[in-house]
Write a protein that binds this ligand. Structure first.
Ligand code: GAR
Length: 218
């Protein structure tokens, strides 16, 4: 089967990007990571992508007069590379409804909380301040509303009594690195799809059985 050409959008470290690249090297993984786009020319993830032999493109917001021009540049880079699926991985810009509509059902994001709790920024400190005992991460389709699109998969992670935001973030990040490659594989192989802003899930997937989908040992 032809591999699904996938682009990853980053702004910084790119550890989720690296996890997706590693996963894509496995036999039978359904995607080819064909392009990495960053809005930040200093993003460390760009070096990782180059070292992995992946084409990169930088669209720096401040070099464009408008958000629409910035997004048009990103869109052109994606379409020129014949990209089928887009993964946001620590991409710290909110994409417009117009951009999202052009890639409807084809953009995924990973967010470091159990959505719909703690949308937006500063998720770990807010989880600690709220006193939740379980947090985690969510892979979801991107919709026009921030961190609100249909959920593909989630991993739960305990919040421990001596956690600070950094310790909790590190524990959740380890779960992210396992969840995102799995979720991308499901979407790329068509086993999870977005249809009319709702999710369609292949009944054979494990989280549809009578079990909770918790990533252990993180
Ligand atoms: C990850 O924890 C990701 O979930 C989060 O930023 C981090 C990026 O790390 N994304 C968001 O907060 C998006 N709202 P990475 O660059 O090492 O993948």
């Amino acid at each position: 089967m032809a591999l699904v050409r996938t682009a990853i959008l980053i702004s910084g470290r790119g550890s989720n990007m690296a996890a997706l690249i590693r996963a894509s090297h496995a036999q039978n993984y359904p995607t080819d990571i064909a392009l990495v786009v960053s809005d930040n020319p200093q993003a460390a993830g760009l070096t990782t992508a180059l070292e992995a032999g992946i084409a990169t493109h930088v669209s720096e917001r401040s070099t464009f007069d408008t958000k629409a021009a910035f997004e048009a540049d990103v869109d052109t880079a994606l379409r020129s590379a014949n990209i089928d699926l887009v993964c946001l991985a620590g991409f710290m810009r909110v994409l417009s409804a117009n951009f999202v509509a052009g890639w409807s059902g084809k953009i995924l994001n990973i967010h470091p909380s159990l959505l719909p709790s703690f949308r937006g920024l500063d998720t770990h400190q807010r989880a600690l301040d709220t006193g939740v005992r379980i947090s985690g991460c969510t892979v979801h389709f991107v919709s026009a509303e921030l961190d609100a699109g249909p959920i593909v998969a989630q991993a739960a992670v305990p919040v421990l009594p001596d956690d600070d935001a950094d310790r909790l973030a590190a524990r959740i990040l380890r779960a992210e690195h396992r969840l995102y490659p799995q979720a991308l594989a499901w979407v790329a192989s068509g086993r999870v799809r977005m249809e009319d802003q709702a999710i369609f899930i292949d009944p054979s997937l494990p989280f549809n059985r009578d079990q909770s989908f918790v990533v252990p040992n993180v």
